[in-house]
Design a protein around this ligand. Sequence first.
Ligand code: FAD
Length: 438
Amino acid sequence: MTNLLLASTKNTDNQNRQYTPLNDPEIASVVAHINEEHLDELLGFLSVFTSLSTAELDLVDAQITDIYAEGIAIQTCPKGSENQPTDAQDSSLHDQIFFIAFAAPISQLDDLQAQYILLKQRADKKLGKKTIKLTKQVFDVQSSYRISKNMLRLELSMPSLDDAQSSDIKDATSSTSVPTNEAGYAYLFDLEHNAMTSALMTDSIDGNEADGNAVNDSEKNNVRPTRLHCYYTLRKAWHTDDDIRAWVDVFLHGDTSGGNWAAALKTGETVVTKREFPEKVEHLRGGQGVLIVDETSMPTAARLLELWNNPTPPLVICVTQDADDQSYFDTVKMRSSLDSIGNDNSNIDNKIDCDTETHGNDHFTVLPIVTNQANSGSDLATLIDSTLGDYLTDNPLQIDKVWGALEANTAKALRPLLRERLELSRTDVVVKVYWRHD
Ligand SMILES: Cc1cc2nc3c(=O)[nH]c(=O)nc-3n(C[C@H](O)[C@H](O)[C@H](O)COP(=O)(O)OP(=O)(O)OC[C@H]3O[C@@H](n4cnc5c(N)ncnc54)[C@H](O)[C@@H]3O)c2cc1C
C-alpha cells in the first residue's frame, strides 16, 4: 500500500525534509512535462492513493511540486481557475500537498519512468481503467503500401490466441491480445530488432560466421538506428479466420529512423513491440467534439471516427504539410466499425465526400489546413486556433470537447488558446504531444 502523507502548505517544508532530493538538473523539465501532459494521471493518483473523495477531486486540478527518491509530491490547485471565479470553490482543498510513494525508491531520474508506470498501473487498475502495458508482442509483416502521398500502411498479422493457446486455458480477458475496438491504441516499436535482424542476415549471407559467429558489440553499434524505439498507433485491428490483422500507418517525412524502418520492412519479417498504451479519448463520448490532427495523429482520428459512439459527429481539423495527404480521410466511414466488434470489417471502400455530402448523423466535416512545411511550432497553434475561430463564426457551434495530437510546441501553445476560445476546462481539451521538432 502506498504511504500517504497529507500536509498543508504551512508545513510542506517540514514534510519534505523526510524525503531524499534527487538533485538532478533535469527534474524541473520532467515536472513541467508531467504537469503539462499528465494531469489526469495525477488526479488518478490522488483518487486512489489519498483519502480525497470524488466530489472533492472534481473541484481541483493537481500538479507535481517535486520528485524525490521515495516518491512524488502532488499539490492540489483550483480547477480551471482561468475560467471560474475562485470564491465559487472550496478553497480548503487548494494548495494541499500529498506525498505518493513509489513501490521502490529510485536513485536517479532515469529510474523514474519505471516507478511512475507502476504507480499508473496500480491506480488505473483500482479505477477500472485500461492502462499502459510493458509486454513484448511480435507481429509478422504481411505487406506495406502507400495510402496517401506520404503515408505508408503496414499490414501486420499475429496468430490469434485461438490458434496459439489450447482452448482450455483461454478465458474472456485473454480472448484478444490486440484491441480491435479501441482508437489511438499505441505501440512502442523496437526499431533495433529489425536493424539487428538485417545485420545478422547480411552477416550470414556474406558467410562471415567463421570470424565470430554473431554480430559483435562494435558491429551492433554500427547497425543501431539513431532512435531505438518509436511509437506508432494501431490504426485498426480485426480478426480473420486464421489470425489477427492490424494496420499501422507511418508518416514518411524524409530520412528518419522511424520512416526508414517502416519503408525497409519486407513481407515475412517480424516486428516487435515493447510497450503499449490506450489513448485518452473517453471524454469524447458526449457533446460536440473537435479532433485536431497532423499526419502522425490522423490514424487515431480515423479509428475514432469508425468507432464514433456519440450522437453528434465531430469536426476534424486536419493539418498536413502536403495537400495530397488530405485524402487520408476519404475512405474513412463514420461508425463503420461500431457493429463489428469482434468481426472482420476490413473492407472499407466507401468513399465519402466529407465536405460536401451529408450522411445524416454520420457526416463529419474535415477542415483542411495545408502548410507546405513541417507542422510544428507555436505559429501553427495560432493558425489552427484562428481557422477554428473563422469556422465557428460561419457555423455557430458550441464545442464541448477537444482531442488532438500534434508536435510538442504546437500542442503547448494550442491548449491555452483553445481553452480560452471555447471556454473549456483542461480535462475537456486533450491535446497530446505525438512528436518533437528537433
Ligand atoms: C502515442 C503516439 C502515437 C503515434 N502514432 C503515430 C502514427 O500512427 N503514425 C506516425 O507516423 N507517427 C505516429 N507517432 C509519431 C511518431 O512516433 C513520431 O513522429 C516519431 O518521432 C517519428 O520518428 P522518426 O524517426 O520518423 O523521426 P524522429 O527521429 O523523431 O525525428 C527526426 C527528424 O524528423 C523530424 N520529425 C519528426 N516527426 C516529424 C513529423 N511528424 N513531421 C515532420 N517532421 C518530423 C524531427 O523534428 C527531426 O528533425 C505517434 C507518437 C505517439 C507518442
